[in-house]
Structures are given as C-alpha cells and as structure tokens.
Design a protein around this ligand. Structure first.
Ligand SMILES: [Fe+2]
Length: 306
C-alpha cells in the first residue's frame, strides 16, 4: 500500500529570527543557509537542500510538516486515496513545488488542523556535504528515518487522528498509558511510524502551541553530551534531564528553544517495532526540571521516574 515514508521537512514560524539562527547553528549544530526570500532561512542537516525553513512571523510555532512519498505514482495514489476519503487536498503549482525544492507537493490538514504537505522528489545536493554550525563528533542520523520526530497537540481525539494517519499508511497507537494522581483515567500518548524510526509523529493533549517538541538524533553518543554541555554553558534552560525513553529506547534530553517549546537531542534509538505495547514510565531519568515550562508540554512531565 502506498504510504508516506518520512518526515522530510518542516517550517517553523519564529518571532526572533536572528536569535533562532544563532541557536540553530551554535546550539543545535545545524547549517544555516540564507533563504531566497526575505525573512526566510533554511536549516540543513544532511545532503538535502534543507530540512527546516525558519519563517519570520509572530507564530513562534509549527507552521507545516512535509511528509514524503516514494515517487510520482505514489503521489497520485495518495492524492486519490485522500480525496476518495473526503479529505480536501490541493495539488500545489510548479512554482509552489519549486519554492519547497521538491518535484511535486500537495497541501492538506490533519483532523487537529495541523498543516501538512505531502511531496515527492526532494532536492538532494550531492555536491554539498552537510557543514555543521559548530563542532560535532559525527553526523545527524537521517537517512531512511527522515529528519527526526515531532510531538504535536491532538485536539481531534484519538480515533480521528489515528484513522487519518492510518490513511497515510502510518502505523502505531498508544505507547504510554501514564497514571496521573487525581485523574479518573491514565493519560495516553500516541506514536505513529512510517519507516525504521520508532516514531515520526507523536500526539499529546493540546498545549498552548501546536508543537510540543522536535527531536534530532545524532549518530555519536558523545554528541548528546556535547549538546548538553553546550546548552548548559549558554545558559539555556534544560526542561527534561537526560534519560532513556521506554518506547524508542533513545537516550536524550530536552531544552527550551527561542520559540519556547522544546528541542530534544537523542542517540541510540532502536528501530520501530510492529507490535503494540505500552509503558507507564521511562527506563530511567528524564526528570522534568521544576520551573521550566514548555507551552506545548503538559503531559511529558508525568514520565518522570516514580
Ligand atoms: Fe521525543
């Protein structure tokens, strides 16, 4: 069955573009490339023309997610499947695809109103190796797993969201069912995958922002340590201390970015599994730091060790 294959790109709307450029380069280690339009900056992390667009605006939030399909046949099949299912889809023009540095693109929304684009044919700059914005021990882990993973708010409820992303060919479901004192039933977190990355999209209760966090994986364990020291030295608040997640088994930590939501840097995740299981807490660590508030983070705090 035709399915989306990876989270290929995304756009963030940022209030403080200059601060974000510094953060992207000096803290995250991404390559900053000036955009072709005013107020737009590209961020690279591998051979792709870009993985992230920073767009200067007041949103300070996720603007859109770009999900890849394999090629033009799959692009056509996906457009037909969505249309047949009653999902409004608009096929982008040649100019819109060119602006995104892809061959073809279609625009739609998920049930929670997140803007999605489904595309094929990213511009890969084989002559232009990734040049990190600061020293790194190794590369970012992208490849078939896409740029990383992202957690967003789910205001449409589990059933609609699950059905929609199944339509895109993703698999997954509830992976954390966390007991919370004084709540009548546990809090569920949903994770969906479309390749060998354990999850590409994760869903939580809606916060004040669309996005809860954005994760990049590094291939060398020491790059998690280096990022941690870099964040601390810069005086950037750590939101969740290092630890290992139970689902993707990734060793990671979280910190606040200039738009107020969290960035996660991780290493050592296992490949996605294809049978459901759930957890009540993480393997170890990931203690939330008291007083550091993520506007899109109301649930992850409950993954702290008990
Ligand atoms: Fe994560």
């Amino acid at each position: 069955m035709t399915q989306v294959t990876e989270l290929g790109y995304l756009t963030l709307g940022v209030k403080r573009l200059a601060r974000w450029k510094e953060f992207a380069s000096d803290i995250l280690g991404l390559e900053v490339v000036e955009g072709d339009l005013p107020g737009r900056v590209f961020l690279r992390m591998d051979y792709w023309h870009h993985r992230i667009v920073l767009e200067e605006n007041d949103a300070d939030d996720l603007m859109l997610l770009g999900l890849r399909v394999a090629g033009q046949d799959e692009f056509g099949e996906m457009a037909k499947r969505l249309t047949d299912a009653g999902v409004p889809v608009r096929i982008g023009s040649f100019e819109e695809a060119a602006e995104r540095h892809v061959l073809e693109v279609m625009m739609l929304e998920d049930p929670s109103g997140h803007h999605l684009e489904i595309f094929h044919g990213p511009h890969v700059q084989a002559n232009r190796p990734f040049y990190p914005g600061r020293r790194m021990h190794g590369p970012f882990k992208t490849g078939t797993g896409g740029l990383g993973h992202i957690m967003v708010g789910n205001s449409a409820g589990y059933d609609k969201t699950y059905a929609f992303y199944r339509l895109l060919g993703m698999r997954g479901g509830v992976e954390y069912r966390v007991p919370v004192p004084n709540l009548p039933r546990p809090v569920d977190l949903t994770f969906m995958h479309c390749n060998d990355r354990d999850h590409t999209l994760a869903f939580t209760a809606p916060g004040k922002k669309r996005i809860n966090h954005l994760m990049f994986e590094v291939e060398n364990f020491d790059d998690v340590g280096l990022a941690y020291e870099t964040v601390k030295r810069a005086g950037i608040p750590v939101g969740i201390e290092p630890g290992r997640h139970a689902n993707d088994q990734m060793y990671s930590f979280y910190f606040i970015n200039p738009s107020g939501f969290m960035s996660e840097i991780g290493w050592g995740a296992r490949a996605s599994t294809h049978q459901s299981e759930f957890y009540q807490r993480d393997t170890f660590g990931h203690a939330p730091v008291q007083g550091v508030v993520n506007p899109g983070m109301e649930v992850n705090a409950s993954l702290e060790p008990v």
